[in-house]
Design a protein around this ligand. Structure first.
Ligand SMILES: CC(C)(COP(=O)(O)OP(=O)(O)OC[C@H]1O[C@@H](n2cnc3c(N)ncnc32)[C@H](O)[C@@H]1OP(=O)(O)O)[C@@H](O)C(=O)NCCC(=O)NCCS
Length: 177
């Protein structure tokens, strides 16, 4: 995904782009933790694990001008090294609901494919209808697998996308027709 521009309701124009983190800078560790806390009911990262993912996983950023407004944290599969698991993906609350999630995921998939990766797997809460729709629109399909958090009973669907060129085109949405 190349950079593109959006105009907010307040009339401010921003250049939106997706980039891959190349350095585990301290401010990025704080940003990862902050966006995660704005997103999930339970924190995903400590300072230590955020730094570890930045160094040893792959982290992609969604930015509006020079502000980071979304993060996507990936790790490579141990058993199938040409596959990736998305550990966490979120956009800051004020930036949701504008179609940026789909652009972000497509940008991440493009970059992973360009590195020769073949498939991407993730888990998503089975009641997270917005995220499920987004993922299915960009080519993720249910594997039939499911995980249940034994503490809360929360169910997670397992989704998978093959990184073929054809899977990276968003499906037409009935709501836009
Ligand atoms: C999930 C998330 C990344 C989506 O990004 P976003 O920019 O808000 O999403 P989009 O605006 O691209 O919307 C995605 C689609 O879901 C649709 N949608 C929104 N709410 C929905 C709902 N309750 N049920 C079904 N579809 C819904 C939108 O209409 C849109 O479809 P469209 O492209 O056909 O219009 C973002 O909302 C977020 O960060 N949420 C919290 C973190 C999270 O849930 N992460 C994913 C878990 S792994």
């Amino acid at each position: 995904m190349e950079s593109f521009r959006i105009v907010t309701d307040a009339g401010i124009e921003y250049a939106i782009h997706v980039e891959e983190v190349t350095e585990a800078r301290e401010e990025l560790i704080r940003t990862l933790i902050e966006i995660d806390l704005q997103t999930f009911s339970e924190s995903t990262f400590s300072h230590y694990t955020a730094a570890a993912f930045l160094r040893y996983g792959r982290v992609f950023l969604l930015s509006a001008d020079d502000m980071v407004i979304g993060t996507c944290v990936c790790m490579r599969c141990w058993d199938r090294p040409n596959e990736v698991n998305i550990v966490s993906m979120g956009i800051r609350p004020g930036w949701r609901g504008r179609g940026l999630g789909q652009k972000f995921v497509l940008g991440v998939l493009d970059r992973l494919r360009s590195k020769g990766l073949r498939a991407v797997n993730l888990m998503v809460g089975d009641d997270n209808r917005r995220a499920i729709k987004l993922y299915q629109d960009v080519g993720f399909q249910p594997t039939g697998g499911e995980n249940i958090d034994p503490r809360t009973g929360e169910r997670f669907l397992v989704l998978r996308a093959q990184l073929h060129a054809s899977s990276l085109t968003p499906l037409p949405s009935p709501t836009r027709d």
